[in-house]
Write a protein that binds this ligand. Structure first.
Ligand code: GLU
Length: 484
């Protein structure tokens, strides 16, 4: 007896980007939902490159997309870079396969050569628009007699191939997110499946590939929903098993307009460069349309996989909120171990003016520095601004200086210097600071704020024990001596 699992078909999803630009938030979200579904269902994830737009596709974009996915922690079991039984995985390398199916459709009379020129088609479209009619191909070349067709071919005219659409049929998409969506085939018209340069169109290649590669679930952006009826007609005509479809909602900016550069950086690499953590972006993308069952929104990758389900993917548009991404990033930074975070921050510190000082610190002091700023940084780049008070002597504002020059403040600072030991570790610095008001016989508020102002010139910043340890006692003495 077969077990239930082995009798069930292996779930397979795919991400099929066109390498015509970098990976953006929207594409990354589609890739992520496929990945989450595959991992949750113990299925397979496939990566295919849809490079049939020869002019706009480039190997550089393909590389950037792959690097962006890898950075996010999205991996795949089959396809580009990893191989598999159903390759090649780049559409321009699969032209023979498409040709086989095109020939089959031409032979069976489900497709035909079309010799209409761009100009003719544009004129036809314009006329339909002016009459307020549905813009669909007239079907002119459908009825060319075979002799006429041969004559045109002999003349050297290069045809496109059109798929014959029987008008007046209902085409029903049963979508896992959107429910039942019905289209009328009369609004589609015979559409091109092979362009005059011999390259198949997206709608045709995607069907052949999803079939040949054994894809069971097509999870992609809502903007492809209107392509789906065309694809369904091809599936039916070629006798292919139809996969499940799930079209995930658009992503809008906070102003409810379509997401664009105005709403923040849009390519994944830009987020990486400005210091977002991959796990924070992963977490953020997952929440663009999917919602966890519980209240907890700060989730690690494994937790998201565990909880993911298409039934909790919303129909209504997702809203991209940069403040939320920033918040999530800060939360994920807070959860990082100091050592790991320290390593992640080094590249940013290396390009700061403080690198020389940082480099000279011993590891323990460096870790105190990282602990001091960990809860204060939203993006990794922020580390440069946050460590500034440790390395730059303050420029006091006039009213700060007035305050520091008051006799009782100077007296307190004098007292601090008298009590300050020559060396302190973090524990010692904490207990020293805790005991200082008592030692000076002053209320805490007359001690801590003036010391902070004296050391950094600012009422905000890292906690005092961190300042003592990272600056070191000699530097603390120098900054305070300069004031009294
Ligand atoms: N190459 C298409 C795109 O990048 C893929 C669409 C699909 O997933 O079917 O939008």
């Amino acid at each position: 007896m077969l077990s239930v699992r082995s009798r069930m078909k292996q779930i397979k999803v795919r991400f099929a980007p066109s390498p015509t630009g970098p990976l953006h938030i929207g594409g990354a979200r589609s890739a992520l939902f496929n990945y989450l579904f595959a991992r949750k269902q113990r299925g397979k994830m496939l990566l295919r490159i849809e490079d049939t737009d020869l002019e706009r596709s480039s190997p550089e974009f393909e590389r950037e997309i792959i690097d962006s996915l890898s950075w996010l922690g999205i991996n795949w079991d089959e396809g580009i870079d990893v191989g598999g039984d159903n390759g090649p995985y780049r559409q321009t390398e699969r032209l023979d396969t498409y040709q086989r199916y095109v020939d089959q459709l031409l032979r069976s009379g489900h497709a035909y050569h079309c010799f209409c020129t761009e100009e003719e088609l544009a004129r036809e479209r314009q006329a339909l628009l002016e009459k307020g009619e549905i813009v669909a191909y007239s079907g002119k070349c459908r009825h060319l007699d075979p002799e006429e067709r041969q004559r045109k071919l002999r003349q050297g005219l290069v045809p496109t191939v059109r798929f014959k659409v029987v008008s007046g049929q209902e085409v029903v998409v049963n979508d896992l997110v959107r429910g039942t969506v019905t289209f009328n085939s009369s609004e589609i018209g015979d559409f091109i499946i092979v362009k005059s340069d011999g390259i198949p169109t997206y709608n045709f290649a995607v069907v052949v590939d999803d079939h040949e590669m054994g894809v069971t679930h097509v999870i992609r952006a809502e903007e492809h929903l209107s392509n789906t009826p065309r694809q369904l007609l091809i599936y039916q005509t070629l006798g292919f098993e139809i996969p499940e479809f799930a079209h995930i909602s658009l992503i809008l900016g906070k102003d409810r307009q379509k997401m664009s550069k105005r709403h923040g950086a849009t390519s994944i690499m830009q987020y990486r460069e400005s210091g977002y953590l991959p796990e924070a972006v992963f977490n953020f993308l997952a929440l663009l349309g999917w919602s966890p069952e519980g209240e907890q929104e700060i989730l690690g990758r494994d937790e998201i996989v565990k909880q993911f389900s298409l039934s909790r993917v919303a129909k209504n548009p997702a809203v991209f909120d940069l403040d939320k991404l920033n918040w999530l990033n800060a939360q994920h930074i807070k959860r990082k171990a100091i050592m790991e975070l320290g390593e992640m921050l080094k590249p940013y510190l290396k390009s700061s003016p403080f690198w020389h000082s940082v480099e000279q610190m011993d590891q323990a002091t460096y870790e105190v520095l990282i602990e001091a700023v960990r809860d204060r940084i939203v993006r990794l780049v922020d580390v440069v601004k946050e460590v500034e008070p440790f390395f730059i002597r303050p420029q006091y504002e006039a009213d700060t200086l007035d305050r520091l020059e008051q006799p009782e403040v100077r007296g307190m600072l004098q007292g601090l210097l008298e009590h300050l030991p020559d060396e302190l570790d973090l524990e010692e610095a904490r207990s020293f600071m805790k005991g200082l008001p008592k030692a000076l016989q002053l209320p805490a508020k007359q001690v801590y704020m003036p010391i902070r102002l004296a050391l950094t010139g600012s009422p905000q910043g890292p906690e005092l024990p961190y300042l003592l340890v990272v600056m070191g006692v000699p530097e603390v003495r120098r900054r305070i001596t300069g004031l009294i």
